[in-house]
Design a protein around this ligand. Structure first.
Ligand code: ATP
Ligand code: MG
Length: 184
């Protein structure tokens, strides 16, 4: 099985200096005082997997993931996140099995948008999104549930909550298709 082993952040949100987060087997939690960057860390993971919504990154625009400066440090123009994966079992999705260690990177330059790399080679956002979808995870996966989302699930009307269950069951697309069929 492909394992997530390390997340490297540079200039991403509050992680202005290069920071490595080792994802050891059996890791079950990240603890720390309010505002220390726990959510930013999870957002970095979601971002490198191909998140396209600035709002879901708690920003107004995607540039907002770049370190925006503090009282003692000037802002940056570049943010980079790299996720290291262990593919010793060579069971990554097709096209990725030349490597025992897979490094997926995403970089954003202020006002210039972002680009993706797999082991240094430039790839499309779609390639990265499909890679994680094939591993049954990704930026939109229910494996990652943000704080705000918990509140909205708890407070949701039963009909809205049903939509979540349908999504999990993989039948969310059926309503749209039925509606389309009824219009014919
Ligand atoms: P809590 O326990 O309250 O959920 P947390 O550990 O999840 O806290 P985060 O939300 O990850 O904390 O981090 C918040 C901090 O990150 C704030 O201090 C905020 O100013 C800082 N931050 C967010 N985006 C940026 C940015 N682009 N540049 C600089 N700092 C940022
Ligand atoms: Mg948080």
């Amino acid at each position: 099985m492909v394992q997530f082993v390390k997340l490297r952040l540079t200039g991403f949100k509050s992680f202005v200096d290069p920071t490595e987060f080792l994802i050891e087997r059996g890791t079950t939690g990240v603890v720390g005082p309010n505002g220390c960057g726990k959510s930013n860390l999870v957002e970095a993971l979601r971002w490198v997997m191909g998140e396209t919504s600035a709002k879901r990154m708690r920003g107004g625009e995607m540039n907002d993931v770049i370190f925006g400066g503090s009282a003692s440090r000037p802002s940056r123009n570049l943010a980079e996140v790299t996720l290291h994966l262990d593919n010793a079992g060579r069971d990554a999705p097709p096209g990725f099995n030349d490597y025992e260690d897979i490094e997926i990177g995403r970089r954003i330059e202020r006002d210039k948008g972002s680009d993706y790399r797999v082991n240094g080679k430039s790839v499309r956002a779609k390639d990265v999104q499909l890679f994680f979808a094939d591993l049954a995870t990704g930026a939109g996966s229910t494996a990652l549930v943000s704080q705000g989302r918990i509140g909205s699930i708890v407070n949701a009307k039963p009909t809205d909550r049903r939509h979540l269950l349908e999504e999990a069951a993989g039948i969310a697309g059926l309503h749209a298709r039925r509606h389309e069929a009824e219009l014919r």
